[in-house]
Design a protein around this ligand. Sequence first.
Ligand SMILES: C[S@@+](CC[C@H](N)C(=O)[O-])C[C@H]1O[C@@H](n2cnc3c(N)ncnc32)[C@H](O)[C@@H]1O
Ligand SMILES: *[C@@H]1O[C@H](CO)[C@@H](O)[C@H](O)[C@H]1NC(C)=O
Length: 294
Amino acid sequence: MATRPFPSLLRLRSSLLPSTPLLALLSLSSLSCRTTKRRLASLHFVPSPPRTVRSLATVTAPPVVVAEDDKYGRKQVISVTPQLYDYILSNVREPPILRELREETATMPGSQMQVSPDQAQLLAMLVQILGAQRCIEVGIYTGYSSLAIALVLPESGRLVACERDVKCLEIAKKYYERAGVSHKVDIKHGLAVESLRSLIQNGESCSFDFAFVDAEKRMYSEYFELLLQLVRIGGLIVIDNVLWHGKVADPQVNDSKTISLRNFNRKILEDKRISTSMVPIGDGMTICQKRADI
Ligand SMILES: C[S@@+](CC[C@H](N)C(=O)[O-])C[C@H]1O[C@@H](n2cnc3c(N)ncnc32)[C@H](O)[C@@H]1O
Ligand SMILES: *[C@@H]1O[C@H](CO)[C@@H](O)[C@H](O)[C@H]1NC(C)=O
């Protein structure tokens, strides 16, 4: 529903609708051929055994969503069932160090906050497509997404990673060490808005290639404005949880986080300074690219 060229409302049998301009966005980005043997070696993976994903739904939903509006040609799009999500996960190349971190974090409070393996793989791929050298992450938790990014950065690359909670940083640091990427990660402990403001005050505007936002949902608009200053033209800002467990599309839900995310999604849709694509992966991830003509 947030796909730009189709402003009319679309009636669907379910609320899930993947947007399609992702491939167009990717094809606009420059390709890098600087992958070294060492970087490839750090990414060797072993397939995980099949897992069972528990469904929160009581009724088995059909695996597709059909656009009922004739103007969309009764287009069928996939709706991810637990069985299908198991299959998607079994097709993810998850480096062993990430799997260990995920399994250690699985027993901790807040483990549902970490990005899914398929999301982490997409983040890493975007970083590689961009040939990114300088990245920012807002919201580290125990480090799953930041480690996925750091693993694919070149030796000269840097990830500035912001987190306020010192306890989860201990786990993140342990895994950066074990993966041999500590020298690529610059941890900013404290409130993320303060860390981003100090980067700007430090003259680092327009110097970052890639940013990933996954912290306080009511602060998304503030993070976005600061990151839009910090990212270069052509750089990406990726934002997690934009579908917020489906609550953004449910008129029965009006809590403050849901309203913040709805307002944020609307703002992004109308923002001419960026190209954008809302992708239904994980809890929904929007990919924005800073345009030249702003
Ligand atoms: C959803 S989790 C991040 C998950 C992480 N990206 C991963 O894949 O494991 C959000 C994190 O943001 C942190 N956070 C929330 N508000 C923050 C703020 N204002 N400043 C810095 N960190 C914040 C929380 O402590 C939490 O660890
Ligand atoms: C939520 O807010 C919208 C817009 O203000 C309103 O139309 C809707 O009735 C509200 N829903 C509930 C359940 O309060």
